[in-house]
Design a protein around this ligand. Sequence first.
Ligand code: WT7
Length: 651
Amino acid sequence: MSETIESILHEDRVFPPSPEFTAQANIKPEDYEALKRKAEADHVGFWADLAREKITWAKPFTQVLDDSNAPFFKWFTDGELNVSYNCLDRHLDAKGDKTAIIFESDDGKVTRYTYKELTDEVSRFANALKNLGVKEGDRVVIYMPMIPQAVIAMQACARIGAIHSVVFGGFSAVALRDRIDDAGAKIVITADGGRRGGKTVPLKAAVNEALEEHCGCVEKVIVYERTGEEVEMVAGRDIWWHEAERGMPDYCEPVNVNAEHPLFLLYTSGSTGKPKGVQHSSGGYLLNAIVTNEWVFDLKDDDVFWCTADVGWITGHTYVAYGPLALGKTIVMFEGVPTYPHAGRFWEMCQNHGVTVFYTAPTAIRALMRFGDEIPSEYDLSKLRLLGTVGEPINPEAWMWYYTVIGKERCPIVDTWWQTETGAHMIAPLPGVTPLKPGSCTFPLPGIDAAVVDEEGNEIPHGNGGYLVIRKPWPSMLRTVWGDDERYVNTYWAQFNNRYYVAGDSARRDEDGYFWIMGRVDDVLNVSGHRLGTMEIESALVAHERVAEAAVVGRPDPVKGEAIVAFVVPRGDVPEGAEREALIKELREWVSKEIGPIAKPDDIRFGSNLPKTRSGKIMRRLLRAIARGEEITQDTSTLENPQILEQFMQK
Ligand code: WT7
């Protein structure tokens, strides 16, 4: 069991919301009770009423949930809308001059966009896309730095009904190519480069490399000039963003699409095979994006909301690019990293921009906590009123630091459990209602039927661990895996005969019914809040000429949550001394090139074979114990080759 889970299991402190917070909250205890009652009495009617209230429909829906082809559920099926209209145009009369985005670049330059300005930018770029031949349903890959143009590109796609797929700028050319090919993208939108921590991220070079060998689906590459550094432009294929926009009118009529029309694909890792393109809808996705920003982040018109996630992840979709804008709120976007040029950067930005609601990952909190309490105390954090976390379980120590040092015991912390596939928060506190327990994501939101079940799918008594499932469909659920319906069913539904959505996490509920997430049940690692399949890293390793076989496991890490440990069987002799060091370095670089720097193994061990049973199955539990430096107490009698363990134990 990891140290985090260990300390979480011994947690019994409770922090109720202050009366002041509750008094001003969007959802007060009585509202919560009413929402819950209604959702329980009439699940479908509950979501239908919210959808009518929160979304501006071009054509109202008459059918709410279509479950005739379960688990391929459809929501609001005959309704039509435009997501970009809902995020932009509908605010213009009342809030055209309100700030939509406060952007701070890596080097500290601040740029603001009002709703009117953002709408014009989106429209102009949408016209540029149309002009380049992008049509409704075409896929557009966005490989951008964390700058407003990333959001503009996403919104522009939504405006014309194109399906975007954002690829995190930290993924390598190889990973980018796989995603472009799988999505069959017609256009790639990128920048010459990005800036992070004072360094350039060579995005355009990676796009060029990705497109060297591929299926040929890409017709155009649009390049935003960000760094001004020289890049290679391919004649006939590549066009600068500002040139694509030249002469384009600043109004583009939003295209109304069916509620089920895919808004975007987002690739994420599973336990087997290549990353899957999680497909999200327009209407259902937008609805949960809106209500969770309202309920969980308690957003008000004078809030300044900073979600630190990159738009390359689902968090950056729902809590940067779509949800807060659909509510007409002000967001902060940041291009850089938390520790550059100094470890107070986050807190300095909270102070300078008057951030009121702040949302980040436990790994960032743990990393910043290491620099001590003095740094945050140098900044005025008095505007903060609500804090959030996402991505992995938060250990109570980090929770308490966040609560006392950053929130000054004034700000509730919303620990939000959800996934790329769920589209929006599923299990999370309502900050004006739920008494908090450090390390628990508390209770499912109204309308979300989450449960912990055993192998047969029966709900299990509180106190015991089991599979986390969601038993009723919800509007922002993924619709399928792009191009692979079978994988959708097998991955998420088959385990319980298509009755429940299986999250892939284990969880337990305590005596008060609180949910505690224990971790993945599959071979998926959570490294600094990023999801990585062990198999993906193994495939990358064995693609190297010096690697015959590889097995990858996770090891608890005080900052990253999990660290990556790779057990490698080299071709030829097991290297020693300087040769060994050189190969470790080379393999780390190799994985970085195949997937991205986030997937670099922290620890590489060599042996002449992997520990296997007589039937040839790799004994991962032994590798996990070795990775942690634990003594092997397990039975090794089924092992074909016990002497291998000794080799791998040597660092
Ligand atoms: C996996 C989903 C959802 C956006 C970020 C990650 C883990 C997520 C929590 C939390 C404990 C969490 C789960 C989940 N996870 N939030 N609050 N407490 N674990 O999205 O890459 O799709 O990863 O992250 O294991 O399955 P993702």
